[in-house]
Design a protein around this ligand. Sequence first.
Ligand SMILES: [Zn+2]
Length: 63
Amino acid sequence: MFMEDNERKTCIVCGEAREEGITVVTEFICTSCEAEMVNTNAEDDKYSFFVKQLRQLFVRFHA
Ligand SMILES: [Zn+2]
């Protein structure tokens, strides 16, 4: 028996349960949100949303 490594995690940005993505500190970001973040420029409304979500993560990490 092998442990399955495709456990779904909940993305902190979109809130969807996904298999594909990255884990930053202890939080999971799905590949589509990661790609969106990379492609979002600072003037975009979405950018501040991403920054806010990530800030929560780092606040938790440094607490
Ligand atoms: Zn996502």
